[in-house]
Design a protein around this ligand. Sequence first.
Ligand code: 2HA
Ligand code: ZN
Length: 284
Amino acid sequence: MEPNIFPKEGVVSLEMERFPKLTDVLAEARRVATFLWEKGWAEASGGNLSLDVTDAVGGVASAGADWTPLPRAYPSLAGRSFLVTGSGRRFRDFARQPEAHGVVLSLDAAGDRWARLWGGESPGFRPTSELPSHLAMQAHLRETARAERTVLHAHPTELIALSHLPAYKDEAALDDALWGMLPEVKIFLPRGVGLVPYALTGTEMLAQRSLAALERGHAVLLWEMHGALAVGRDPAEAFDRLDVANKAAAVLLKCLAAGVVPEGLGKTRLAELTQAFGLDEKIR
Ligand code: 2HA
Ligand code: ZN
């Protein structure tokens, strides 16, 4: 273990003084970034994060800001600000130096371009390549009045492995298998994991397929042969959801490796959990 993963010096830039409320928000994002690295779910520059921080930093960047156009408009995100990790940047580096490897960007009043509000303080910095997916999902969360404000993408090993197995390339089969592995899965993910068919990373196609799965009510998506994405009210909740889903995938793979196709908890025990915890299973 490193003695101090958040050294006091050299991390908190002077700009921080402009946004005092950002410190606490950043602390949680940095903690989750560290977990992702320690889990082995964020190799090299794998994974990315967006978090609506409008309440902490305010809205539209100052006049005369350097605006970058977006591929399309996100009217429901107009004037909102997001903490976003950088393209090609490591989560482990973001944890240590968020101002260099992350940015707070602010959308303009039309929601079709962004300007830097904080961070991005390193040569060649660009926001994550998955910005189209993040903004599409952030917009959907707002438009449907869902409570989640964090979108977290990572590469959880066992979930990815499972997405290679033909038996689990079907959403219903995947969810039945995952729910059956341990009770937490049904409790934390009563609507199951949404399966997103493979699409090229960083594309509008991947964004649209992800959006479709989110619209069905899922909080965790499995990007086939790539990784997973979770939404949560904060980074910790998004991480928990990924963690629970991946735990189920890990248990399932261990059973399969032992030569057993597990029966799982079964319908009766799952129904008992749904009733005992008042779970909302509705898939739209
Ligand atoms: O940010 O994980 O999906 C790197 C990726 C792209
Ligand atoms: Zn990825």
